[in-house]
Structure formats: C-alpha cells, structure tokens
Design a protein around this ligand. Structure first.
Ligand SMILES: CC(C)(COP(=O)(O)OP(=O)(O)OC[C@H]1O[C@@H](n2cnc3c(N)ncnc32)[C@H](O)[C@@H]1OP(=O)(O)O)[C@@H](O)C(=O)NCCC(=O)NCCS
Length: 183
C-alpha cells in the first residue's frame, strides 16, 4: 500500500474551476454568493451568516486550520474569478486511510455541473495524490441532488442509516445516505 501523503490544501484545477485556499478577501463574495443563501443552507448544519464580519471570522478560522493540515477549498470560476462555494474534507482520517467530503454552492450556480466537476477533482486528489484508500460523502434523504452529484462523480451508494438527521426544512427525521469510492 502506498504511503499516505498529508499534502494539505494545494491549488487544484479542472476544466472550468480553480480550487484554492480561502483568503480573508473572499469574505464579501462568500457572504453574498452562498453564506446568506437560504436555498444553499436548507440542508446544512451551519446557520445563515448575519453579517460579513461573521463570514470573515469563519474564513479566518479556516485559514488558521490550514496550518494543521486541513483540506478546505474555495471554488472559483476560471471564466470570471467569481467564487461559488466550497468543498472540504470534513473528516480526514489518516490512520483509517479515508476521508469524508462535504460541499456547498450558491443556488444561482446550481445545475451547471460545477458540483460534480469539483467533487471528481477532490476525489482524484485524495485517492491518487494523498493515497487514501477510500473517500466517502453523505447526504440526507431529503436532499437527493447531492446524492446525484455523488453518483455522477463515480461514488456508489453504500448504506442508508434510518432516521439519522433532522431535516431543518421539514423538521422531520430523514435517513442518512452514505456514498463511497475507492481505488
Ligand atoms: C447539491 C449541490 C452540491 C449540487 O451542485 P450542482 O453544481 O448543482 O451539481 P451538478 O450540476 O453537478 O449536478 C446536479 C445534479 O442533481 C440533479 N438534481 C437537482 N435537483 C434534484 C432533485 N431534487 N432530485 C434529484 N436530482 C436532482 C440535477 O438534475 C443534476 O443531475 P443531472 O446532471 O443528472 O441532471 C448543490 O445543489 C448545493 O450546493 N446544495 C446546497 C448544499 C448541499 O446540499 N450540499 C451537500 C450536502 S450533503
């Protein structure tokens, strides 16, 4: 088995996207493009940001975490440098040779394939550059679009955990659907 490489958040590229480290200057655009977007936030655990200072604090914490070897990219469109969302390893389990990816994008950028394009690149990075054995991701059953992105990125549905998360939107218990992919 190849040795796991803790590469950290380096810049990655796809046909239409740049995945790069957050900078504090991204705060205004993150605030505008997804941190205040109720559609984006509907199924996510964080609350909508109340002001741009809150976004700055979040980004500063993420920047500090880069020093500990975190994996957290802001996703930028090559064509106009707009930032559209973020993708990260919400858990990087080096000892277990796997990680869990999470992502979110402002709703005005949905349906253009960006979510799939970024996820494919992150999977390739973790499996083939960091040499992890497996990448997983999960979504609640009320959020099938996210499952579709996982499928399109080559992941396979592995398990469904019954009644595992409250759907913030409907206030009901939803199943948690786990996807994974390995080399
Ligand atoms: C889920 C999300 C990442 C998708 O991003 P995106 O850039 O629109 O994704 P893509 O364009 O690559 O693909 C979306 C796919 O979902 C499909 N889709 C959209 N709504 C759907 C729904 N209600 N049910 C099933 N599939 C749906 C689209 O048709 C498309 O599939 P297709 O290409 O086969 O037609 C984006 O909607 C998002 O950021 N949502 C909010 C945050 C979030 O839910 N994050 C994931 C938490 S697990």
């Amino acid at each position: 088995m190849n040795e796991i490489k803790n590469i950290g958040t380096i810049t990655l590229e796809t046909e239409r996207l740049i995945l790069r480290r957050f900078k504090i200057e991204d705060a205004e655009n993150m605030y505008k493009n997804w941190a205040t977007d109720p559609e984006c936030n509907k199924f996510l655990s964080w609350e909508l940001h109340k002001n741009v200072e809150e976004t700055k604090t979040v980004i500063q914490n993420w920047i500090n975490e880069y020093e500990t070897g975190s994996y957290n990219w802001v996703v930028e469109l090559k064509e106009n440098k707009e930032i559209i969302g973020n993708i990260s390893a919400v858990h990087f389990r080096k000892k277990d040779l796997n990680c869990e990816i999470g992502y979110c994008y402002g709703s005005k950028y949905w349906g253009k394939g960006y979510g799939t394009e970024a996820l494919k690149r992150a999977i390739d990075f973790f499996l083939n550059e960091c040499n992890l054995h497996l990448v997983e991701a999960c979504h609640i059953s009320g959020n099938p679009a996210s499952g579709r992105v996982m499928e399109k990125a080559g992941m396979k549905k592995e398990a469904v955990l019954k009644d595992r998360r409250i759907n913030k939107y409907t206030k009901e218990l939803n199943d948690l659907v786990i996807y994974s992919i390995n080399n």
